[in-house]
Design a protein. Structure first.
Length: 168
């Protein structure tokens, strides 16, 4: 995955619309489905928990199917990009202990994975206005910069590919 420039205002606007639409669909869909099931299959005890749960589950499945279908629509470009970025960063994070150990030993691929993680996290946190951890990220970046100087490595983030993580 390559890091791309994203318009923060457009991203936030579209994300808010997607979230609001999902919430509305969940409420309307789950209540509607549950109501139809309760009318069709009444319970003499008056407990309709299983029908309510069925309505929520079916609505969630339908929302997921719709989101999957429209994920490549231009309206969803920024939202989909951030979703993919989060997945890519999660892959690196799960292997970060091994990646950091390999970077300490001079592994260029490990350093590149760390650079991608730090650059991607910086972008993600700026898009989400999560500035609380930026100082900590700066410390991690300085440690990585020290390693690149120590091993005389130049990192080109455009060379990053998730398959680099396979060896860790």
């Amino acid at each position: 995955m390559q890091l791309l420039e994203i318009d923060k205002t457009r991203y936030r606007k579209h994300l808010n619309i997607v979230i609001a639409a999902c919430i509305a669909a969940l409420v309307i869909g789950s209540l509607g489905i549950a109501r139809v099931l309760i009318v069709a299959f009444p319970d003499p005890d008056g407990s309709h928990f299983h029908w309510n749960l069925t309505g929520v589950v079916l609505t969630c499945v339908m929302i997921a199917a719709v989101l999957k279908r429209v994920q490549h629509h231009p309206f969803m470009y920024e939202v989909n990009y951030v979703w993919q970025l989060k997945q890519a960063l999660n892959k690196v994070t799960r292997k970060m202990a091994k990646v950091k150990k390999a970077a300490q030993q001079g592994d260029v691929d490990a350093m590149l994975a760390m650079q991608f993680s730090y650059s991607g996290s910086r972008q993600l946190w700026q898009l989400d206005d999560n500035t609380l951890t930026m100082e900590e990220l700066g410390i991690w970046q300085a440690e990585l910069d020290a390693l690149t100087n120590q091993y005389q490595v130049t990192l080109d983030i455009t060379r990053y590919d998730a398959s680099l993580l396979d060896k860790f």
